[in-house]
Design a protein around this ligand. Structure first.
Ligand code: SF4
Length: 342
């Protein structure tokens, strides 16, 4: 079976991202540990190492796909960058400014330029607010419109941008399908004219045929408005269509990063290979041998020593059990952490 995205209509060429462009977003050694509290005194007895030393950059107009199994920390990365949750350590720079150190008005202004589209189009829209109120809320809060008329005009414009009929402006979320609700979520994210959007499993809850439509819309908007995305997903076939580069996460760490073409054509890390072997392909002759990973992802409270993937890796060696794998580079921007030789 192929996914709806495999059958999606061919797209116009994407905007070329110049590797020499200064990064719009630079994430360095990001960490987010959640305390585990126990007892009457709620003492901290351990930490969930949800994000542990994650680094990457995103350039203007670029989409970085962030993939991995659920619970690997990818959603936490997106939310830490936006300061929806506070990072435990590391640095985030957006347009050269320090996001982690920003406070008050500076953080508010920064947040205008960095938005998020959530996974669940059913839960992320307030059922008691009309489409106009949902999309217009940010415009009102940031005082970007001076009259009710201007607000309505802007909301109608945004509805057109996400290919929804402006006659829906006074309707409520329950009157829309999942795909339409997600378009409302996209319009809300666009309302403050951001430069960067975290798409947090933004199409995962949708039907495969609707997924293709929403992804195509996101690509059109990116190319038209010069947006950059961090596209968080657990499904590699979804990420393939929209991303210029892909980073693969396992147990709070990035284990491989490459351009989308290179990652799909020549993956290096055994975990990436296993994920790719599960991606459906239309041509049975091009289908790689399926690698089924045995066992569960270890607890991020007590990650295994050495390589975090060693408890499930089909290529595990003795050294992997006690020594952290080095970061290796093969080709431009293709990096992976593994003891295996390339
Ligand atoms: Fe597998 Fe060892 Fe490479 Fe880890 S370092 S991915 S356990 S071969």
């Amino acid at each position: 079976m192929t996914s709806g995205l495999d059958q999606a209509a061919p797209r116009a060429p994407r905007r070329i991202v110049q590797s020499g462009d200064a990064p719009l977003l630079a994430v360095r050694n990001l960490q987010k540990f959640f305390p585990v509290k126990k007892g009457v005194l709620r003492r901290t007895v351990a930490h969930v190492r949800a994000v542990d030393d994650v680094s990457f950059e995103i350039r203007p107009g670029e989409t970085l796909g962030l993939v991995g199994e659920s619970g690997c920390g990818k959603t936490t990365v997106g939310r830490s960058i936006l300061r929806l949750i506070e990072p435990t350590g590391g640095h985030v720079r957006f347009e050269g400014e320090d996001v982690v150190a920003a406070r008050g008005e500076k953080l508010r202004q920064m947040r205008r330029r960095m938005q998020i589209i959530f996974q669940d189009p059913y839960a992320s829209l307030n059922p008691r607010m009309s489409v106009s109120d949902i999309i217009g809320e940010g415009l009102r809060v940031h005082k970007l419109v001076s009259s009710r008329q201007e607000l309505e005009d802007r909301v109608r414009e945004l509805l057109l941008k996400v290919k929804l009929d402006p006659v829906y402006v006074n309707r409520y979320p329950h009157e829309f399908s999942g795909g339409q609700r997600q378009r409302i979520g996209v319009a809300r994210a666009l309302s403050l004219s951001p430069k960067f959007i975290v798409c947090d499993e933004a199409v995962s809850a949708l039907d495969v045929s609707i997924q293709a439509q929403v992804i195509n819309l996101l690509m059109d908007l990116r190319d038209e408005m010069g947006l950059s995305y961090l596209f968080v997903a657990h499904d590699l076939s979804v990420v393939r269509h929209i991303s210029h580069r892909v980073a693969v996460m396992y147990l709070g760490k990035i284990v491989e990063t490459a351009t989308t073409e290179e990652l799909f054509a020549d993956p290096k890390h055994p975990y990436t290979k296993a994920l790719l072997s599960a991606v459906p392909v239309a041509d049975p002759d091009r289908r790689p041998q399926r690698t089924v990973l045995i066992g569960d992802v270890p607890s991020p409270i007590a990650p295994p020593p050495g390589c975090p993937f060693h408890t499930r890796c089909p290529s595990v060696m003795e050294i992997c059990r006690h020594e952290k794998p080095p970061l290796k580079e093969c080709g431009t921007g293709h990096q992976f952490t593994c003891h295996l030789d390339v």
